[in-house]
Design a protein around this ligand. Structure first.
Ligand code: HPA
Length: 246
């Protein structure tokens, strides 16, 4: 499970877990982004064996695919079968308010790069099917968990951009035109790499802000982290119930 900006709370709640800082894992650099603490935690949550990744690597940090999807590939190699991804994202559609949690139903890759470019790695497909990137059964489990918790769980399309500058109002109009509901700078590389290995994927965005042009206020990373913390608690509860049902 990958925990994004300001969303690493679940990693603290693992009982009897083993925590390993990224710098001690061969091939993992230390994340350069504040709010991405950078560690792997192996343990149990709700009776399920989990590998939690607090913090992640982004293309905008200058990393290439070998680094950005190294944790997903490592998890696949360890026998993990399902990958849960979380991120902070801006709302592109007016119906998606700040503080809400969106379940990703599909994505648009606007990063202009793929983690699969280059030689085909063992266990990965050259041309993976992406007609159902986010697993229908797991999404059903998530809907049921949200219902039980009384959490509103809108579903939508996540557009991934390279960043690191936030979008312009014109870019947000473009994203809305192609059907995006939320925008962010992560998650899609991991989802693609996971699908290439046949892993099931489930993903959530915490809507930390209205995207450019939808609000009078300029965007800043501190606000994103702060809102991530506010809604992160609800997402953590949701993830726990989902794990319990998996
Ligand atoms: N744009 C891109 N990435 C983001 C945003 C945004 O508005 N908010 C959080 N991550």
């Amino acid at each position: 499970m990958v925990l994004g900006s300001g969303l690493s709370g679940l990693a603290d709640g693992v009982s009897g877990g083993v925590s390993i800082p990224f710098r001690e894992v061969p091939g993992f650099p230390e994340p350069t982004v504040p709010g991405h603490t950078g560690r792997l935690v192996f343990g149990e949550v709700e009776g399920k064996k989990v590998l939690l990744q607090a913090g992640r690597f982004h293309f905008y940090e200058g990393h290439n695919s070998d680094v950005v999807v190294a944790p997903v590939r490592m998890a696949a190699g360890l026998g993990v079968r399902s990958v849960l991804l979380t991120n902070a994202a801006g709302s592109v559609s007016s119906g998606l308010v700040t503080g809400s949690i969106m379940m990703i139903e599909d994505h648009v890759n606007f990063m202009a790069r793929s983690p699969l470019a280059g030689p085909v790695l063992e266990g990965e497909q050259r041309f993976p099917d992406m007609s159902q990137p986010y697993d229908a059964t797991l999404r059903g489990v998530a809907r049921e968990a949200a219902r039980e918790l009384g959490i509103d769980l809108p579903e939508g399309v996540y557009a991934a951009v390279l960043g690191p500058s936030y979008e312009t109002p014109a870019e947000i109009r473009l994203l809305r035109g192609v059907g995006a509901d939320a925008v962010g700078m992560s998650t899609v590389p991991e989802a693609i790499a996971a699908r290439a290995s046949g892993l099931r994927v489930l993903a959530f965005s915490v809507i930390t802000n209205q995207a450019a042009g939808l609000s009078k206020d300029p965007l800043n990373h501190d606000e994103v982290l702060e809102m991530g913390k506010v809604s992160g608690g609800r997402l953590e509860k949701l993830l726990r119930v989902i794990l319990g049902k998996m």
